[in-house]
Each structure stands twice: as C-alpha cells, then as structure tokens.
Design a protein. Structure first.
Length: 293
C-alpha cells in the first residue's frame, strides 16, 4: 500500500459519524511524514486532535510545559489548548485525526462519557494500549483499496480509534454508567412471539409453529402470552388474525374470498365462520358497516 496515496484518499472523504446523541465531524484524517528539522508553530483548535506516533519521536511544547512523544504513543489536544511541535529525530511519521463533537440531543449517552474523558484529560504521552493505530492503518487500507462498503467501514474505524484512545487515556480508572438494556426476559420473548405471529399472519400459524420458533414449550409460551394479554396463545393468534382481517376489509378492495385466502384459511366458509365467531357478525356486514358508518 502506498501510504501517502492512501492518506490523500482518506483525507478527501467527508466523514460524519452519528452516534448516540452526538454528531462527530472528522475534519481531517491523514498521515504526516516529516524529515530533518521541522517545526509546527504554536496553535490551537476548536476541536479534538489525536496524534499517533507511527515512527520516530517529537517534542510537544505546551504553555505550561513540554514532553517527548515516541513511537507507539499518542497524545490528544483538547479544544482551546495551545501547542507547538518540533522534531526530536531525523524521521517522523504521525497518524493524525481531528474531530469535532456536536451534541444533537439533550440527553445522556455513552458518548457523553467519551467526550467528558477527552475534555478533562491532561495533554501527555499515552501508550497505545488498545492499538488504536491498528484501526488507523485499517482505515488507510480501506481508503486505498476502496472496496465495496469502504466508506462505512472507515466511519466505524474512526469511532474505534476515538474509543480505544479514550480507553487508553482512562486506563485503570474506575467508571460506571447506565446504557440501554433489553426488556425483561418475558417482555422480550413476548415481543418476539407477537412479531412472529404478525410476520406470518397470512399462514396457518399454530402454537406448534411458535414452539419451533421460540424453542419453548407450549406451556411456557402460553404463560408469557397470558401474562401480557390475558389471552391464551390460540386466542392471541386469533385476535391478531382478526385485526388483520378487519384492516384488509377496511383498507383494501379485495373480496372476502381473496382475504380468506390471503390469511391462510382453507375456504371462504371457514373464514366467515371464524370472523362471525370472533366479531359477532360476518365479514361482509362488517365491511358494509365500516364503509357506510
């Protein structure tokens, strides 16, 4: 891979990552290769800049001190932090990514934790414990080869770089926070049961169908359904089938026969019997009442 060409292709991409309640703009994403004596004058950014040293070392001068950053290390400059950089050897290669965090929803998320750690972190050399540079190299390769899906892969890799760098900065520091959790087990399983019935409402769905799909016994399924609806499994299937039938009678021009076939009934007669038993009158009368009410 031609790393300079890869860097050029990567830097040309317009990358914005929407994660949780933030939009993260990647303002630049590139490789910097410098030789001999060089100096980047004192400056600041309104965004975060990640500096990963792939080869060599450099001096970083802050208003309140300085340090050397070496191969396998990185440092982050937070918004508003003035810094200057100079050579500390003959050949220096840095992977650089600058990103702007914009909060788009006023709520808490895991990304708030990343943002807070980066905002409060002291600018200093940090060992790349979680191999963020590896993800940078993969992003360069994706940009260079540009195979199908490369753009979305690069967005994912940019987020991995931010996350792994933040994790390294926060090394060995305890932290806990809430993240979204799945529903309680019975709630989640009921959601799966209901979705399966609705997805297969046009077939002759039975309790046995649910047993095979859920890998649960009929008794377990019936307990979950009854707890949530007050109905048995068969009653719940019939309820959803009736709701679908009523929707089709109201919103389509299909005949009663066509609807009976679409819902998996063996004949129009059995559909009429089912509808009358569940609703109290036949489907044709239901349609007339709906249309002329």
């Amino acid at each position: 891979m031609d790393i300079i060409r890869a860097s050029k292709r990567l830097s040309e991409l317009d990358i914005q990552i929407k994660v949780d309640n933030f939009a993260i703009d990647i303002l630049w994403f590139r490789v910097m290769e410098l030789k001999g004596n060089w100096r980047i004058a004192r400056h600041t950014h309104s965004s975060f800049e990640f500096h990963f040293v792939s080869s060599g070392s450099s001096f970083v001068i802050l208003d309140d001190g300085k340090f050397i950053v070496k191969e396998g290390e990185f440092y982050v400059t937070a918004p508003g932090l003035y810094h200057e950089q100079r050579n500390a050897g003959d050949h220096y290669v840095e992977f650089s990514m600058n990103c702007d965090f914009k909060k788009i929803k006023d709520e808490f998320s895991e990304t708030d934790v990343l943002f807070e750690i980066l905002s409060e972190a002291k600018c200093r050399p940090v060992k790349d414990y979680y191999e963020a540079m590896k993800y940078f190299e993969l992003a360069l390769q994706e940009a260079y080869e540009q195979k199908i899906g490369f753009y979305n892969n690069i967005k994912s890799l940019a987020l991995m770089i931010i996350t792994m760098a933040t994790r390294a900065i926060h090394q060995n520091c305890a932290i806990s926070y809430d993240v979204p959790q799945k529903l309680k087990e019975d709630d989640y399983r009921f959601t799966m049961i209901e979705k399966f019935i609705k997805d297969n409402i046009t077939t002759n769905i039975t309790t046995r169908s649910l047993e095979n799909y859920m890998h649960l016994s009929a008794k377990q399924i019936n307990r979950i359904v009854r707890k949530k609806t007050g109905k048995s499994t068969k009653e719940f299937i019939n309820f959803l089938k009736l709701e679908k039938a009523k929707e089709m009678l109201k919103n389509t021009n299909l005949t009663v026969k066509e609807i009976s076939e679409a819902l998996g009934f063996s004949s129009e007669y059995y559909f009429n019997q089912f509808f009358k038993r569940e609703e109290g009158f036949p489907p044709g009368l239901y349609r007339s009442n709906i249309r002329y009410s």
